[in-house]
Design a protein around this ligand. Sequence first.
Ligand code: FAD
Length: 285
Amino acid sequence: MKTDSLFNVKPVLSFEVFPPKSTTPVESIYKTIDELKHLTPDFISVTYGAGGSNNNATIDICDAIKNKCGIEAAAHLPCLYLTKERALGELERLMAAGIQNVLALRGDRNPEAEPCGDFHHASDLVSFIRENSDLNVIGACYPETHPESESMVSEIRHLRQKVDAGCSQLITQLFFDNEDFYRFYENTRIAGIDVPIEAGIMPVTNKKQIQRMVAITNAKLPKKFVRIMDKYENDPVALRDAGIAYAVSQIVDLIANDVDGIHLYTMNNPFIATKICEAVQTLFK
Ligand code: FAD
């Protein structure tokens, strides 16, 4: 199924997982997915290493999500370090496995590697996928602007180009202040972007993790969030529970404001995903 059709009945709930690091047994991800499937997400997306050196794990994991667990899957595909030939190979593998959804990304720049030069922006990959397949194309977007963006105006202009190239739904970068999302969403509508936008929610469960994420994404930390982290930084269980409660409060507010969907960055942690889903499950009916 193409996941853009799910938005007829809002709100959609999706999860994101990542392939295990090379030091972790590959089986661990299948155990994670097995636990996540009981939470009945509408679809699960699987990240893809930016350098293109992915050992084929993303598509294999999508295959298991779709064909063993019976849940729709979406494969991430960053393009900066992919040739067109390699991209085509990945699309063919996806289609052979019956996967109909791809999150088309540019990927982050690696200062030590030269991009292949076939794709410069995610919109180039979106057009390429539309020309060469019948896959449903998802795009990424940034309520607080992408770290490389000059302004919200240029951010939205480029997003409009990406949607016009053929994205039928969008997923946001994580954010901790819902007001940023509402402002961004309104700007997209003013700019004529009318595809559904899922809000990306990352439950924060340890201080190091959030410092790393903030450094990568430029996400702002609201004062009430910083107070929680400062108070519980030396009490991992209390910090985990406070992080879950914070994510739940974000989701409740977003659904009350008719969000198109919630994309939960599960960090491959079924315990935390379960706690959150238990708290909000009736809101998705
Ligand atoms: P783009 O849409 O190309 O935008 C990147 C920047 O370029 C923006 O500042 C944009 O305004 C600008 N831009 C776009 N088009 C133009 C143009 N025509 N001219 C000038 N400037 C332009 N990374 C991974 O490596 N693997 C993953 O699995 C992965 N999953 C992600 C999932 C989500 C939901 C999100 C939000 C991000 C994910 N990322 C992933 C990170 C992503 O690859 C980075 O944020 C990357 O830096 C930008 O990718 P993009 O697809 O948004 O790029």
